[in-house]
Write a protein that binds this ligand. Structure first.
Ligand SMILES: Nc1ncnc2c1ncn2[C@@H]1O[C@H](COP(=O)(O)OP(=O)(O)OP(=O)(O)O)[C@@H](O)[C@H]1O
Ligand SMILES: [Mg+2]
Length: 411
């Protein structure tokens, strides 16, 4: 049975009866307890030092001696007074004096903070987390400081932090690339629209030029003819230039909340897209008398609608149908929510693609015809800017995209 067990002494005391033996046993027990406590002290993996008051070191455990390469505490004390002689001064770590206080007092006065110390073993810097406990033995005040080596943990933390930083940077970069690609898609749409808008005036200008040159060939060209044709060409060119300005203005993101009529947005979109839709036999239907007035990001909403209409237009590509309608339904719910649905009759989205269409770069279109950015960006605009949601469903004859968002913009 261990000498630490008080029963050993009590039991023996009754049997032995002699005071000398009892004293001997007490001494043995004291010695054993001291060895036991020293073993506990030395067995700790943390560096533990005891400082008399706040200054002189009076004891240190095995981990302490091993770290600094001393055989015992007196050899350490022959060269140093305190473990703080080894603190490496660096921002964020404890130094001997902190805000005018000795480090022990500082740690005790700030129990809510985590305290760290940097110390070197050989060439390698180690990071320790530090705690200090004050104990009173008779009239003496002893401060026990424990240093837990967290170098490895800090290493993991740093690696993790660096990984997070690089992932965030990568994501930002991806976001930037996506944003730029989305801009290119929009530019593509814009050029497409301009090309269609310009086709007719270009033909007219060309016809005018041909007429002038024919009259010249026939010797019938009068100065009035020239004047008339030049005025006409000038008027046409002005119109063409105006078209560019209209498109540029329309596609310039303004990122500001405005009050507008929903069908005014639709009218603007229709006038921009009419030429290219007509060329493909597609008709846009919407209630041009809809009274809904709303307050939101107008251009961002228009951007989304153009993407959805362009997708419906592409879905009709190569399909021979009697009618190719794109229906836009504008509605306001009782809860003030705006619902806009864009519906086509081009056959719909195949069920296996339904989950993927809002993913970036998902496209079923041939190379050069689609990048797969349109719906991804549309969803982000609806969710992040308009604070709403967008969903896609298949109807009997085609696809339907429904956008729902608050009428009054709430940030
Ligand atoms: N109205 C629709 N009918 C059928 N399929 C559609 C419709 N709208 C979208 N899709 C499908 O969703 C895919 C993704 O659309 P999204 O607008 O994101 O990209 P995209 O049109 O292919 O290319 P981008 O818009 O970048 O030019 C399309 O390739 C198509 O397969
Ligand atoms: Mg698209």
């Amino acid at each position: 049975m261990s000498l630490l067990n008080p029963k050993v002494l009590m039991g023996d005391h009754n049997d032995l009866g002699s005071k000398t033996t009892q004293l001997h046993m007490l001494n043995k027990r004291l010695e054993y307890t001291q060895k036991y406590q020293k073993a506990i002290f030395d067995g700790q993996p943390n560096i533990i030092v005891a400082n008399f008051n706040i200054q002189t070191l009076c004891d240190g455990n095995r981990a302490f001696l091993d770290f600094f390469g001393y055989s015992d505490v007196p050899s350490f004390l022959a060269e140093h007074e305190c473990i703080c002689d080894f603190f490496i001064e660096r921002e964020g770590y404890l130094s001997t004096m902190m805000e005018g206080k000795n480090w022990i007092e500082y740690v005790k006065d700030n129990p809510g903070y985590s305290h760290y110390v940097l110390m070197k073993k050989g060439d390698k810097e180690h990071v320790f987390s530090v705690s200090v406990n004050e104990v009173h033995i008779e009239n003496d005040k002893i401060n026990i400081a424990s240093f837990s080596d967290i170098t490895e943990l800090e290493g993991y933390k740093k690696t993790l932090e660096e990984r997070i930083k690089s992932e965030v940077a990568e994501n930002l970069n991806k976001d930037r690339i996506l944003h730029n690609q989305s801009k290119s898609v929009q530019m593509g749409e814009m050029l497409n629209m301009i090309a269609h808008q310009w086709r007719q005036p270009l033909n007219a200008i060309s016809a005018s030029a041909i007429s002038v040159s024919m009259k010249l060939e026939l010797g019938e060209l009068e100065p009035d003819d020239i004047r008339e044709h030049l005025t006409y060409i000038q008027w046409r060119v002005q119109k063409m230039s105006q078209t560019i300005n209209d498109f540029m203005n329309f596609f310039k993101p303004d990122q500001e909340v405005q009050q507008f009529r929903l069908n005014d947005v639709m009218k603007e979109i229709e006038s921009l897209m009419r030429a290219q839709l007509q060329a493909r036999g597609i008709r846009l239907h919407y209630d041009s008398r809809s009274p809904i007035v709303m307050s939101s990001y107008k251009k961002e909403l228009a951007h989304v609608l153009i993407n959805l209409i362009a997708n419906a237009r592409d879905a009709y590509e190569g399909k021979h149908l009697d009618a190719k309608p794109i229906e836009i339904l504008l509605a306001q719910g009782e809860d003030e929510n705006i619902h806009i649905s864009v519906r086509d009759r081009a056959g719909g989205i195949s069920p296996e693609n339904m989950d993927k269409i809002f993913n970036p770069y998902f496209t079923t279109k041939d190379q050069g015809k689609g990048t797969g950015i349109g719906l991804y960006m549309s969803k982000r605009i609806v969710c992040e800017i308009l604070k709403g949601m967008i969903e896609a469903v298949n109807t009997e004859s085609g696809a339907e995209f429904i956008i729902t968002f608050k009428n009054k913009y709430i940030s």
